[in-house]
Design a protein around this ligand. Structure first.
Ligand SMILES: NC(=O)c1ccc[n+]([C@@H]2O[C@H](COP(=O)([O-])OP(=O)(O)OC[C@H]3O[C@@H](n4cnc5c(N)ncnc54)[C@H](OP(=O)(O)O)[C@@H]3O)[C@@H](O)[C@H]2O)c1
Length: 346
């Protein structure tokens, strides 16, 4: 019996999952155009998140974005079992998980994936991502100044060793698609050149104040579906991920004005914009009213062309998840992780 909930029913006020838009991957498979994030930002417990997974499925979510490092896959596994026992078929769910930075070693990838599968109580994942392209050890909750002396920059040959194991997972039938996360155009170009199985998705930070237009376009042009994390600008992110320069999309006058016109929270405008632009947002929430309004907005009247233009105009190039804890010895600043000059920093 579950520790947080024992039954699953379809909610009367939910959204019909068949109406939720989907994006086609290069394999022909379709991913629901919105997913529920499951990173608790040190603020929400695994139990609260696992309960939200069941609640979200009952209001129409079929896509859940998980990761080993979130430390809650064993609880989400209980939720998925409840959902499937409640009548939702496995093939109607889309479950993503991610390989953590300390499991890039050739012999570590397959066991790490098997552990996520065991925790999630699944036979296969729909998508498995390399969470970050940098191998390192990073204790949970490490402060911004923390540095692992063994951290390394992106070394393409090493990444491809990891990637070949990701490809093995597809060949073994444990994973349907593989993908990247926190990548840049120069890194992705090399992966596309050398991969036997190309990435189906790239997970990247995307919100109205950080639209990454070049990387977004690169993904679309290469038939890689962009999955957008922090779609609301991660207002509950941990202190270690905050700097004084950060801006908040949900406080932007353009977003607030559209939200007032539509009678919704500004967060909902961010989600609506994301789906309409063509990325797959994975907003997090444990609050029913929030996750319900986030999925409902994917099936209501679209934003106007003018709204879309106005939101395009408020990009501030404001990266929130800078990744500074992954810097290696000799790196100058967090910007080195993101190849701002188009050259891979080493
Ligand atoms: N690949 C990666 O490296 C990476 C990095 C970061 C995140 N992710 C994934 O992306 C997911 C989403 O990112 P995130 O959780 O950082 O940020 P987010 O989805 O942008 O923001 C989540 C927060 O927004 C608020 N919110 C959500 N819906 C709302 C609504 N309808 N109305 C009002 N407020 C609303 C909630 O705040 P309150 O808590 O105040 O209610 C919630 O905690 C994560 O959970 C994780 O799965 C991946």
């Amino acid at each position: 019996m579950s520790r947080f909930s024992s039954s699953f029913t379809i909610a009367d006020d939910g959204v019909d999952p068949k109406q939720v838009p989907r994006r086609k991957l290069y394999t022909g498979a379709e991913i629901p155009a919105i997913g529920l994030g499951t990173f608790g930002s040190d603020k929400y417990t695994g139990e609260e998140i696992a309960a939200a997974v069941v609640g979200a499925a009952s209001v129409g979510y079929r896509h859940f974005d998980c990761a080993a490092v979130y430390g809650n896959e064993h609880l989400i596994g209980e939720s998925l079992e409840i959902i499937m026992k409640g009548g939702i078929k496995r093939e109607d769910l889309w479950i993503t998980s991610k390989l953590w930075n300390d499991k890039h070693g050739e012999k570590d990838v397959i066991p790490a994936c098997k552990k996520s599968l065991k925790d999630l109580r699944l036979d296969y994942l729909d998508l498995y991502l390399v969470h970050w392209p940098f191998p390192n050890h990073h204790p949970p909750g490490a402060p911004p100044g923390y540095r692992d002396p063994n951290s390394r920059p992106y070394i393409h040959e090493e990444y491809m060793t990891t990637w070949q194991q990701m490809e093995r997972l597809v060949e073994m039938g444990l994973v349907r698609h593989i993908g990247t996360s926190n990548m840049t155009i120069p890194k992705l170009k090399l992966v596309l050149r050398d991969a036997k199985i190309k990435p189906a998705c790239n997970q990247m930070e995307l919100h109205p104040h950080f639209q990454q237009p070049e990387l977004f376009r690169f993904c679309i042009d290469n038939d890689i579906v962009p999955v957008g994390f922090c779609p609301i600008g991660s207002p509950s992110r941990p202190e270690r991920d905050r700097t004084p320069e950060d801006t908040a999309a949900i406080e932007d006058p353009v977003i607030v004005r559209i939200a007032e016109r539509l009678g919704v929270h500004p967060a909902v405008v961010c989600v609506k914009w994301a789906v309409q632009r063509g990325q797959v947002p994975i907003p997090f929430s444990v609050r029913r009213a929030q996750y319900l309004s986030n999925i409902r907005c994917t099936i209501t009247e679209p934003l106007t062309e003018q709204d879309m233009k106005d939101i395009e105009g408020i990009d501030r190039n404001c990266r929130l998840i800078k990744g500074q804890v992954f810097l290696w010895e000799g790196a100058k600043s967090w910007e080195d992780l993101w190849d701002p000059d188009g050259v891979i920093a080493s």
